[in-house]
Design a binder for this molecule. Structure first.
Ligand code: PMP
Length: 348
């Protein structure tokens, strides 16, 4: 065998949710927002000629718009190609200890992939029986901590005080709180960045801003950690954000009214949907996200998943220990969720 075969980096990649070519399905499998982005985004006519030029490598206008929105200094904002890019850069930048990083056993399934890719040792303390994080698990030597709040795929959000205790108890580690779903009902830990120098908060335009297709994510922290992130990014690829994404992202940030209106709709639909499926024998932890994590008292989740797919309704199913009898169901429009309820009724 040629020696080079041993020198290829071998990784088990993340499996993204299915993206069916047929758009005529009820797509509740990747937590997209059914309402589409702000109309202001549509009104931006991009200047095609400008596309011959490289974009601003710092995406300064977008960074400034995000900073103003959150009331922080632009030097406290890092943008990337979706929060996946921001998180990957953060793993590379902040998790360089020999001690294991910590994240829950049930969480966003990209974390272990990045850890393996970057050869970061990790441990995955088990969530409790009711899928809560046990803070005692995060009081041991570690090389960093990361978890989503609300957690995915459970939708459960922990309180600011809960997160603060973990940040406070780990002054020698960077703690990354992935707030991909925070706009759907959780309380952000952003105010803590002024109080602790080891906290990084990541966000995305893919869910609450309905722009998954544009790929915009960001991190907010103190200037030192944001500079460290930028140094790594510029050592990898300077021009990560394309011109249209920068422009359209700014327009989305400007339209706060539309943003709040659509989030309100999704929260109302979620509550109604949960109510209806509980009547059918489903249970789910209290969700603060744009999805619910549902299990049925008698019908196996995989069976529901397969049957739904045959009916052009896409859910997300994880064939993993402890969660293999659950379905993650994204919240679509009222009409989509009504069809989904009808389908579940017919099945039950
Ligand atoms: N964090 C969590 C918890 C997620 O579920 C997702 C969506 N797959 C992401 C980050 C990444 O989203 P994006 O790259 O679209 O910003």
């Amino acid at each position: 065998m040629e020696a080079w075969r041993d020198n290829i980096r071998k990784v088990v990649p993340y499996t993204p949710g299915e993206q069916p070519k047929d758009l005529d399905v009820i797509k509740l499998n990747t937590n997209e927002n059914p309402y589409g982005p702000s109309k202001k985004v549509e009104s931006v006519v991009s200047d095609p000629d400008s596309l011959r030029l490289y974009p601003d490598p710092a995406a300064s206008d977008l960074v400034t718009a995000i900073a103003e929105y959150h009331g922080v200094d632009p030097a406290q904002v890092f943008v990337g190609v979706g929060s996946d890019d921001v998180l990957a850069m953060s793993f590379m930048t902040f998790f360089n200890s020999n001690k294991p990083i910590l994240f829950p056993d049930i969480t966003y399934s990209f974390y272990d992939v990045w850890a393996d890719l970057f050869r970061i040792p990790y441990e995955t303390p088990a969530l409790t029986k009711d899928f809560r994080i046990d803070p005692a698990d995060y009081r041991r030597p570690n090389g960093g901590i990361v978890f989503p709040n609300p957690n995915a795929p459970t939708g459960i959000c922990e309180s600011v005080e809960f997160v603060e205790d973990i940040v406070k108890d780990n002054p020698d580690s960077i703690v990354i709180i992935d707030e991909a779903y925070i706009d759907f009902g959780g309380e952000t830990v952003l105010p803590l960045i002024d109080k602790y120098d080891n906290l990084v908060v990541t966000r995305t335009f893919s869910k609450s801003r309905a722009m998954a297709g544009l790929r915009i994510g960001y991190a907010i922290s103190n200037k030192t950690l944001i500079k460290a992130l930028n140094d790594v990014k510029y050592s990898f690829n300077s021009y990560t954000m394309n011109r249209p994404s920068i422009m359209l992202g700014i327009e989305s940030i400007k339209d706060d009214e539309y943003f709040k209106e659509t989030i309100g709709k999704i929260i109302n639909t979620r509550e109604r949907f949960v109510n209806e499926i509980e009547k059918l024998g489903f249970t789910c932890p209290k969700s603060s996200a744009n999805f619910v994590f549902a299990t049925h008292k008698s019908i196996p989740a995989k069976e529901i998943f397969d049957e739904a797919r045959k009916n052009n309704i896409y859910f997300r199913y994880f064939n993993k220990p402890r969660i293999d009898n659950y379905l993650r169901i994204s919240i679509g429009t009222d009409d989509e969720m009504d069809k989904c309820i009808e389908f579940l009724k017919s099945l039950v």
